[in-house]
Write a protein that binds this ligand. Structure first.
Ligand SMILES: [Zn+2]
Length: 66
């Protein structure tokens, strides 16, 4: 994946929200109590040149609700 701004090759990094280093994930859920919530992990890419960060859902189809 290349940077949208300066076309540098971006590298993969882990974006962490807490001290445990679990990383981020996306969650979607239909309305209604009996529907299971759906999760997808998120990949994070960083441009070494300008620092632009891009996030990408690993399994977008899995968490799509409609
Ligand atoms: Zn860049």
């Amino acid at each position: 994946m290349e940077c949208l701004r300066c076309k540098e090759e971006m590298f993969n990094a882990k974006l962490c929200g807490d001290a445990y280093g679990t990383g981020l994930f996306l969650r979607s859920k239909k309305k209604g109590m009996f529907e299971m919530a759906k999760d997808s992990t998120v990949s994070c890419y960083v441009c070494p040149e300008c620092g632009y960060v891009e996030l990408k859902a690993d399994e977008p189809k899995k968490i799509r609700v409609n």
